[in-house]
Ligand binder design. Sequence first.
Ligand code: PLP
Length: 668
Amino acid sequence: MDKLTQEFTSLVSIDQFQERYQDNIGDGKYFGFPLEPIIKAEKRLLSSAEEKKIAYFSMEYGLATSFYNKFSSKLPLSPNNQMPENAVFSNSRVTDYFFALHANNIIDLPIYSGGLGVLAGDTVKTIADYKLPVVGIGILWNSGYFRQKFWYKYGQAPEKMQWDPSSYPGLIPLTTKVKISLKPEDVTLRLWKYYVYSHEHDYAIPLILLDSNLPENSSRARILTDQLYKSDNVWLKLLQRVILGFGGIAALNTLGYKIDLYHLNEGHAVFSFVDKARGLSAQEIEGLKKQFVYTCHTPVEAGHDKFSFENLNRVLKKEDVDVIEKFGSQGHDVANLTLLAMNISASTNAVSHNHQKVMHVQFPSYRDQISYVTNGVHSHTWISDNFKELFSKYPEQLPDVRNNPMILAKASSLNSNADFRKDLWLAHQANKDNFCRILEKWKLNKDVFTICWARRVAAYKRPSLILQDIDRLVKIAKEIGPMQIILAGKAHPNDNLGFTYINEMLDKVDRLNNNYDLLKIIVLENYDIFMGKILTSSVDVWLNNPLPPFEASGTSGMKAVLNGVLQMSTVDGWIAEATARKIGRFFGYQNAEGSVGNEMDLRMIEDSAKLYTALEEMVGLYYKTNNAGQVDYRSYWIDMMIECLCVGGEFNTYRMLDQYKKSVWKIS
Ligand SMILES: *Cc1c(COP(=O)(O)O)cnc(C)c1O
């Protein structure tokens, strides 16, 4: 064994190294990436040097490992780690019947469900780019989230997904295990590690993933880390959170990381505080609170976990429940993890300015401590290759977007540059053409107006708003111009309302079977990060129509603007900070300042009418710009595309992390 490998394996002891991993780790390489940055990062986290070392806790991570910093492996790709074939449900049902989509690629590390995970993944990647001493804590979900299948006349059928962690490139099991002490039984957790590299491959953040699927655990303990957000019973839901908190702290202790600050990405992770508080005096607990910071990600009721003390007492020891009772009680019988997190943290932040206002209404007595840091997206992950190439063609006006995406704010200086306007359009068309090829059998056309709604199917996001009145849609297509509408998203398996939406969407698409020449509606199965990257960079308009004020931030639109894709959106989340910018059309109901309203009152009729009016304008403008391939490069549409890029200079994770460093972590 060479010296570097020896040093690495002495810092990180890998289970079954000889049998499984030695072909991929050695000669200075870690699955094709340099080994040295890992050693550097590990040593830094283990040292007691005077710099603030941070543990970032999140229930989910969406790292886009299938296309960003993709590891190579000398082991053959396990069929279980290969992307599955996905069906398409369109209003050309015959085509759907004969064809499906293949992506000959590895699956993304399946430990995320949606936006929260992608945000955590983008955050950790940016931390690596900034070379900060941070370790991530998460869970190894043995069956991922779930795989979505569409069934004709039925809707979404969730299927269990199978994958193979032990041959997933870059993922290694450690010999170290930790035990957490619960009633009635202890649970042993295996630790896995994954390394999140910087884009220059000169630094890496270790991500520790906890796994209860071990033969020494009881069968009911083994399934705790099976499926992300599986909430069939309160026991599972509670124990998943306990594992993240208790298991995370136990892992940090066992591995010897010297942590000064704990970042709770959502209240899910708050049991880490309960673990740290064990055995401390009241005064020591006050000191401990200075080491915790908390980010809240949603105003939606279901996002704020509550557990009865009766249930907490069933699994936790009395002294742990006492801490929860002291800091997280909501009335007599119930603990609220959001209140607990706010009470034990030195800082609480919302994820957009709008969300801060909502939190101020929801938690008036915490008003003074709730700040906000608007979310962002990781530019290296989300800017398409065609756009990276475009930016590099204009080094004078856009120097080094690669290292500093904030430079994109200067794209407006290119507004009067005729070459740039044309190159921008062509880069977009190249992306769109690629997308049309993927759906070749469905005869998509790159000169037809294309709009997309794709995200988690949750009621407040109003997935079927654009399909509310299909006669009106047909009328717009006939009178103003043809349209291609792309829809995708998973509903949580226990979300009956979400299920109903998908059913309704498929049913309406089916009813438009006779209009395929003018109006193509494509519903894609099994929406994931890989598909998200293609969609956010390829369509003409990104549709976002949540019911205000329930979208705390939203991030998919940020991915789109980085690729010059226009926005059609209600005024909610991050968009409320960009409404003065000419990046598309904003429409729909807005809640009155100082009130939150009712998340069940979806206002479908009134807001769909406003959506259609906005759509008419956008379609009209599109065909003035692109008349069957004849392009008017002076068009206002292209002004808006350029303005999108400028906005992308702001809503990225570099700006976001600068704010976390300064006002939350206080390290710069
Ligand atoms: C970015 C992303 C999301 C978040 O979308 P929102 O617009 O914030 O709802 C969800 N899922 C995937 C796969 C994504 O890539």
